[in-house]
Write a protein that binds this ligand. Structure first.
Ligand SMILES: *Cc1c(COP(=O)(O)O)cnc(C)c1O
Length: 439
């Protein structure tokens, strides 16, 4: 560990590329091809009748996901963004209704609220686990609050013990954006719709970058029949599901879109589900190794999964304390990247800082212009947050100065790969003074 930093002309810790992930199992390829052979690539009909709910591959995939995840209903959608929209749509918000939401997440989490006329109220996150801070959620509940939207960021389970209790106490639906956490467990059960009955709904993403994928796709889960039916309607032009069994009351508020998953994608997503548990074991094993390697490094904090949960490790995220490590997070990350091979795909960058900017920094929020020019739906709100810097100090510090994550926590990597990454981090930590001297 005495050789100079690669950034300053020294040898890299590793130049051999990290192995790329296995993006599809052979069985999934075959399942997709079989559907292509038969040619019926989608069997949804946007009108009353059995095929309103999709063709055989869609129905079979949904059954498999519902069983695997332990929920009464799994509803496939063509992306988890569509799934979020269906979930929010199923809540039948009035314009200006408030939904308490995490700011540290992909934009779609909050956009789904705006598209249905709701107004996101951002609550801060926990400094060590990056998910919604239940105390801040409670502070932000008002008579206009209609739901809570939690995100299991990086695959770690949000504080469901408290968030579910808060949701149930206030009779507020809890939507779980578990895009990054399929198969993460809370009290031994997969996350997704943890709040009881009609209060629980949420789901997973099946886009190319997630644990398992079918190109694009998503799955909504819930135990509530009514919410499930409403999501199914929204998925497929719900206003058209006019048959003898649906009352007018069921069909109002049901305007939908085309959020339908195709048959080959459904076939792939059903088969890929079979390897989810194995992939999660690999991720957890690598994460445990990484946790051990990072523990004791001054200025570096990696937090173990919340007690009573198992983490899905979409990424391994931790924090650095610039005052203690002796340089900025961004300089630190740059120096670690220089120690490791240049990735072929940007999503395989071995170490990344920041994650996405707090959503309220986005001009849509700062200027309160989301749809049209007159500020709708913000204009409908009774009170608005001061979207912009200072709103959620913890997330701003994580984004601006402290958070670091690696996506290299997946098959087919092994301990030696994690060790190279940890060696690079240790090496840079030990040579920060050289960085400063060279600056
Ligand atoms: C990926 C992701 C989404 C969106 O999922 P898509 O399937 O890409 O539409 C939403 N929220 C989070 C937290 C995500 O990571």
């Amino acid at each position: 560990m005495t050789s100079p930093l690669a950034l300053l002309g020294g040898p890299k810790v590793r130049s051999r590329p990290f192995p790329s992930r296995v993006v599809l199992s052979e069985a999934a390829k075959k399942a997709g091809c079989d559907v292509l052979q038969n040619g019926a690539l989608s069997l949804f009909l946007g009108a009353k009748g059995a095929r309103f709910h999709g063709g055989p591959r869609v129905l079979s995939m949904e059954k498999a996901w519902a069983e695997h995840m332990g929920y009464a209903h799994a509803i496939s959608v063509n992306s988890w963004t569509s799934g979020l929209m269906a979930c929010v749509g199923a809540l039948k918000l009035d314009p200006g209704d408030e939904v308490i939401c995490a700011p540290y997440t992909m934009s779609a989490t909050a956009t789904a609220i705006l598209l249905y006329g709701g107004v996101p109220v951002f609550a801060d996150v926990e400094p060590d686990r990056f998910c919604l801070d239940p105390d801040d959620v409670e502070r932000k509940i008002t008579p206009r609050t209609k739901a809570i939207m939690a995100v299991h960021l990086f695959g770690g389970v949000a504080d469901l013990d408290r968030l579910v209790a808060i949701a149930e106490r206030h009779a507020l639906p809890l939507i779980e954006d578990a895009a990054q956490a399929p198969g993460a467990l809370w009290r031994g059960k997969p996350v997704g719709a943890a709040a009881r009955g009609r209060l629980g709904l949420g789901g997973f993403s099946l886009n190319y970058h997630k644990h398992i994928h079918c190109g694009e796709g998503g799955v909504i889960v819930t135990d509530d029949d009514e919410l499930a039916h409403h999501c199914r309607r929204i998925r497929n032009h719900g206003e058209n599901d006019v048959d003898a069994s649906a009352s007018d009351d069921e069909l109002i508020n049901a305007i939908g879109g085309n959020y339908r998953l195709t048959e080959p994608q459904a076939a792939i997503a059903e088969v890929e589900l079979d390897r989810l548990d194995d992939l999660l074991i690999t991720r957890r094993t690598l994460a445990e190794r990484f946790l051990t390697r990072l523990s004791g490094l001054p200025g570096v904090t990696a937090t173990a999964p919340r007690p009573g949960t198992t983490h899905a490790y979409y990424a391994f995220a931790f924090t650095v304390e610039p005052d203690i490590i002796g340089c900025s997070r961004d300089d630190f990350v740059k120096a670690v990247q220089a120690e490791l091979p240049k990735p072929e795909m940007p999503e395989d960058t071995p170490l990344v800082g920041r994650y996405v900017a707090p959503l309220y920094m986005n001009p849509v929020y700062r200027r309160r212009i989301a749809i049209g020019s007159k500020g709708w739906p913000f204009s409908e709100a009774q009170a608005l947050q001061d979207y912009g810097p200072g709103l959620c100090p913890v997330v701003e510090r994580l984004y601006g100065e402290r958070l670091v994550y690696t996506p290299l926590i997946r098959e087919p990597l092994g301990h030696e790969d994690v060790d190279d990454l940890a060696d690079a981090i240790e090496k840079v930590a030990a040579h920060v003074h050289d960085l400063r001297a060279a600056a």
